[in-house]
Design a protein around this ligand. Structure first.
Ligand code: GLP
Length: 247
């Protein structure tokens, strides 16, 4: 696992865009997983401003996670968030996205359908954010490293952190779809984006704590070709130690 230090959030966002465009240029018609959340917003702004963004038009995208049990046209769907911050600014056709239907009648079959799509197309490139409880997508603490795409109950900590998106905890749906950790592990290249001092404790656990289901992101140590791109605030525990070994 390679750790790259960015100066700050802007630097992280620029570097993430360069990383993604290089990864895309090296893969024919790639299948790509991209996250929602606040961390990747700067990445998406940088991509929209980059003349090489046309590379993205050849890709297929798979939704990383989605709330379950709300209407398709509910403004809280992560699908509409993703279309608004990524697909529309980059003029990517909606047919390029394999998404979850949050209102489907058979959520288990819906999860299995998206998992089959991921396995059949293969995953070339995966960009992830890090939850403050160590989740990837909505793979909450306790998730098996071999888990497949499925419906999960959100943890109290995720409900609390997601309430920042929607104004109050009561607005956060209690269940969600997530690509599984085993599903994500099939990716050929993975980039984990981490920004801010509030992520320092969990990033430390991810990089240096014991491999544990209680910190799902520790599974990344078993993935192939992983880059962790974090800003100095998120890595400040190492900076305080005067760790000069970080590239
Ligand atoms: C959210 C999402 C993840 C996201 C993570 C970090 O709950 N389920 O897909 O990557 O938590 O979010 P943020 O970037 O807003 O900190």
């Amino acid at each position: 696992m390679k750790v790259v230090v960015a100066e700050d959030y802007e630097d992280l966002s620029r570097r993430a865009a360069v990383w993604l465009l290089i990864a895309m240029a090296n893969t024919n018609n790639p299948t790509v997983i991209l996250p929602t959340g606040n961390t990747p917003l700067g990445l998406y702004r940088n991509l929209a401003a980059n003349p090489k963004r046309k590379l993205l038009e050849t890709a297929k995208f798979i939704q990383l996670d989605e709330y379950q049990g709300i209407a398709r046209n509910d403004s809280r769907t992560l699908g509409s968030w993703f279309r608004h911050v990524f697909m529309e600014p980059l003029s990517i056709d909606s047919t390029a996205l394999c998404s979850f239907d949050p209102s489907c009648h058979d959520p288990d079959e819906e999860a299995a359908r998206v998992d089959r799509f991921a396995m059949q197309s293969g995953i070339d490139i995966c960009v992830l954010g890090l939850g403050q409880n160590g989740h990837l997508g909505f793979n909450e603490p306790g998730s098996d490293f071999k888990s497949r795409t499925r419906v999960v109950e959100l943890s109290e900590e995720s409900i609390k952190s997601n309430s920042a998106y929607w104004g109050a905890k009561i607005q956060v749906p209690r269940r969600a779809f997530t690509l599984g950790l085993g599903t994500l592990s099939a990716s050929n290249q993975t980039l984990l984006l981490v920004s801010g001092a509030h992520k320092a404790r969990i990033l430390h656990a991810t990089l240096e704590g014991p491999l544990s289901h209680e910190v799902p992101a520790t599974c990344l140590r078993g993935f192939r070709d992983v880059t962790v791109l974090a800003d100095r605030s998120a890595l400040h525990y190492r900076m305080r130690l005067g760790d000069s070994a970080i590239p």
